[in-house]
Structure formats: C-alpha cells, structure tokens
Design a protein around this ligand. Sequence first.
Ligand SMILES: [Mg+2]
Ligand SMILES: [Zn+2]
Length: 168
Amino acid sequence: MTTTNKKAVFFDRDGTLNVDIAYLHRLEDFVWIEGAKEAIKYVNDKGYLAILVTNQSGVARGFYPEEDIQAVYDWMNAELAKIGAHLDALFYCPHHPQGKILQYTKACNCRKPATGMVDEACCHFHINRVKSFLVGDSDNDMECARRAGLTGIYYDGGNLLTRIKEYL
Ligand SMILES: [Mg+2]
Ligand SMILES: [Zn+2]
C-alpha cells in the first residue's frame, strides 16, 4: 500500500455540519445539523480522513478573529469525542476581496470554489482524490469539488448521515 491510497471526506462547515446563522463564531450559537456527528463517525470508521474546509470571510470583514475559527473547531472535536468521532484537520480561508481588515483583503486561491485548501490537504496527507469526496451545501462547494477532482456530495437538508451513505 502506498501513502497515496489515503482517502478523505472533506466537509464544509456552515450549513453542512452546523445550522448556518451567517458568521457563526460563538460556541453558544453552534447547532449541529441532524446526523452530522454520526456522519463524521461513519467516515472515521470507514477509514476516511475527515477534513474541514471552510470559508470564513468574517475574519476579513472584521466580525471575529482567526482564533475563533480554531476555538469552534476544537469545541467540535470535543463534542465528537463523546461519540468516538473526530475531525482530522482544519483548513479555513479568512480572506475576502472586499474585506475590512487589510491583511485578509485579497483575492486568494483558498476561498472556495478555489481549491487551495483541498490542494494543501491532499499534499499534506497524500490523499487520493479519485477516492475522496467533498460534502457541502452550496454551489461553491460543488464547483470546488469539480475543480479539485473530488466527488461532490450536495447536502440540501435532512439527515447528513443518510446522505453520506448514498455515496460511501
Ligand atoms: Mg456552507
Ligand atoms: Zn483565502
């Protein structure tokens, strides 16, 4: 077996794992999507890496600092640990072309549908794209999957585990 046999499920965050309230950054506002934790556990148990790839332009817009994204991720993993599940890695894009905070205001190559986050993860973990998926609730997610050579799983409500099981 070569390292390139690693496979992954990339998860969008807002609207896919948590109810999208726009610019979520406080733990008390986080509400899991139905079946989301179970979907991550299913992916873990099937031998896939579970990787979060999330656009967080709220940083560029000055709504919250980068540290909040990591804090939410750490909290998610603490919650997931209670059912024996975990996310393997976090990749986020803090940029936006029309931001308020200068250092984050630019056209980048990581904001989905650009593939920068997926590319970095694939390089770091030696992921085989053909065997991998990206699940998300937006056209940008599906476009990112297409450009990155992943199979897109479009989530438009209902139980996320049920949806994932249609593919893997
Ligand atoms: Mg989303
Ligand atoms: Zn970016």
